[in-house]
Write a protein that binds this ligand. Structure first.
Ligand SMILES: O=c1cc[nH]c(=O)[nH]1
Length: 221
């Protein structure tokens, strides 16, 4: 199968979000060994599943350059992807750990680390074209797993679906134009896991369902 062209990526000095560009500059001065640039998506583009996070963590993806790598959020995510056969190897919180995504791709709604871990609406809008490009570059895509309401709403924006029409709910499955499905989960953040808003069992149940869904042929039951 020939894949569509590589999706456009934000340049290392992407100027679209002044607040995020300022934080990037400050991080480059304070932590010159870190990645400190938009974090690229990773995983095979012919996968049927796309995992959509919110934005890189300051000491996680912003430091290591790989989504969900190096901070707490990646632990549950990658353990679960490994458990359900969507990844191979071991996750060791660094980008050279040899972990390979085999059945999914992972990206973020916003590619640069935001102050206080929270992107603003204008930043989500500014980065939305890159998310649209990712979707267009995945010809076999069946299911997007949105981690949290912000990722959910960023995906709806790509399709022009008002957020009020399809509300985020943990465990919910939504139909999007073109036959794509959207699966919702609470974010795998340290806050959600330590307060047990999201338990391992809850997250595994969502991933188990979407793996089943993604493996069925379109139109099948
Ligand atoms: O949403 C998130 C959280 C942590 N790291 C990411 O890459 N994305």
């Amino acid at each position: 199968m020939t894949l569509p062209a590589e999706p456009a990526q934000p340049p290392p000095d992407c100027p679209l979000c002044p607040r995020l560009a300022a934080l990037r500059q400050a991080n480059r001065a304070a932590f010159p060994d870190w990645h400190n640039a938009p974090v690229p998506s990773w995983g095979p583009r012919d996968a049927r599943i796309l995992v959509l996070g919110m934005a890189p963590g300051q000491r996680g993806a912003n430091r290591t350059g790989r989504p969900f790598t190096g901070d707490h959020a990646g632990r549950l995510l990658y353990a679960t992807l490994l458990r359900f056969g969507l990844a191979e190897g071991t996750y060791e919180e660094r980008p050279d750990d040899g972990l390979v995504l085999t059945g999914c791709r992972v990206t973020n709604a916003v590619r640069c680390v935001p102050p206080a871990n929270l992107p603003e609406p204008a930043e989500i809008r500014a980065c939305n074209g890159f998310l649209a490009g990712e979707l267009a570059a995945m010809p076999n895509l069946r299911v997007v797993l949105a981690l949290g309401v912000l990722a959910h709403n960023a995906l709806l924006r790509v399709f022009g679906v008002p957020a009020a029409r399809l509300k985020f709910a943990h465990g919910a499955l939504h139909d999007l134009p073109g036959g794509l499905r959207l699966a919702d989960s609470y974010h795998v953040s340290r806050y959600n896991t330590s307060t047990r808003k999201l338990t391992t069992e809850m997250f595994e149940a969502v991933v188990s369902d979407l793996v089943g869904l993604a493996s069925r042929e379109p139109g099948g039951t």
